[in-house]
Design a protein around this ligand. Structure first.
Ligand SMILES: [Zn+2]
Length: 341
């Protein structure tokens, strides 16, 4: 009897092992258009772009400006040389890539946003700055693979986008030592009234706290109000604070771009604001999982799908003592008619 039990135990454990190794993420089948390089000041590197052309990039300088109230990074500017031409880039926080010397380039994040971050190194950055490159004229993400993640005419945020310090939940109270730099995109919307859509074709890896087996070494952190999708680039899309997740959105199901997955809400650490938190995680040059800055991707998709006449942007927000002066810079705004802002 004991021997028979032993055989059964062996069969069960072999079966379990097979199931565990057969599960988990499959290899990415699509190469993204974006190329990423993490650099220290003084470093030079050559980057092969998605069209096979090459760009030489030098990181010449990094300047981070902190506010006087909490000492959080409010602005980070890198000076770079691209194919021999020098330019400045403001890191993330509502800035789109710049075109210079045949290249589109942005700076997604810099070291200061990591150093005193309450959420740790969510960017997977171990150097001074992260630069991302595309050929001039290239979309940031292939248009047939990415869509606006909401059925909503407004592209707006009551809360914060990109690296902007989080101010909901008392996040900006003076005296706090660490800062919660936001790493995703928050879209404000009416609770229970806005459809949340799959931004990409993908596999539902996790929904409402349940996750497929074999996804331990991934960015997935299951929660009752959260859905994770995995696309064929190997990117993980997180949707948080959902009021409802559609009942057929369960781990293992495949979804199509534009398909409804649930409804916008204010669940789970939303600070009481109805919004969708949307972020993408991918492997970074450090080998770590890290945020794939998606503001430009979403901007492109929104302009393509909703054809707005104007997008007005005067963010990020400022934090200052009485008597100080704030500058809200509207130059990041956009008009469908060039020169008519
Ligand atoms: Zn958020």
């Amino acid at each position: 009897m004991a021997a028979r039990r032993l055989i059964w135990a062996a069969v069960l454990s072999v079966g379990w092992c097979w199931a565990a190794t057969a599960a988990g993420p499959s290899k990415p089948t699509r190469v993204p258009l974006v190329r990423t390089t993490d650099m220290d000041v003084g470093q030079t590197c050559e980057v092969e772009l998605c069209d096979g052309s090459r760009a030489t990039v030098k990181l010449l300088d990094l300047k981070e400006t902190r506010d006087a109230v909490r000492g959080a990074v409010r602005r980070a500017v890198v000076t770079v040389e691209v194919n021999g031409q020098r330019t400045e880039l403001v890191a993330a926080t509502y800035h789109l890539p710049k075109t210079i010397a045949g290249v589109r380039i942005d700076c997604a994040v810099t070291r200061g946003y990591i150093e005193d971050s309450r959420t740790g190194n969510t960017w997977g950055l171990l150097k001074d700055a992260r630069l991302r490159l595309w050929p001039a004229g290239s979309p940031l993400v292939a248009p047939d693979t990415f869509g606006f993640p909401l059925r909503m005419q407004l592209f707006s945020s009551d809360t914060q986008m990109a690296n902007e310090p989080v101010f909901v939940d008392g996040g900006e109270v003076p005296g706090r030592r660490e800062t919660y730099y936001h790493y995703g995109l928050d879209f404000g919307g009416a609770e229970g009234l806005i459809d949340v859509l799959a931004a990409t074709h993908g596999l539902v890896v996790s929904a409402a706290g349940k996750t497929l087996p074999g996804f331990e070494d991934t960015p997935v952190a299951p929660r009752y109000d959260v859905v994770y999708l995995l696309d064929d680039r190997g990117w993980y899309y997180r949707y948080s604070h959902m009021q409802r997740i559609d009942e057929h959105i369960v781990p293992g199901v495949r979804v199509q771009r534009g398909q409804k997955i649930g409804v916008l809400g204010k669940e789970g650490g939303s600070g009481g604001w109805a919004h969708l938190h949307f972020d993408i995680k991918s492997r970074q040059p450090s080998g770590m999982w890290g945020t794939q800055a998606a503001y430009g991707f979403v901007w492109e998709a929104y302009v393509r799908e909703y054809r707005p006449r104007v997008i007005a942007v005067a963010r990020p927000h400022c934090l200052l003592w009485t008597g100080q002066t704030a500058v809200l810079d509207g130059r990041k705004s956009w008009s469908a008619t060039p020169g008519r802002l």
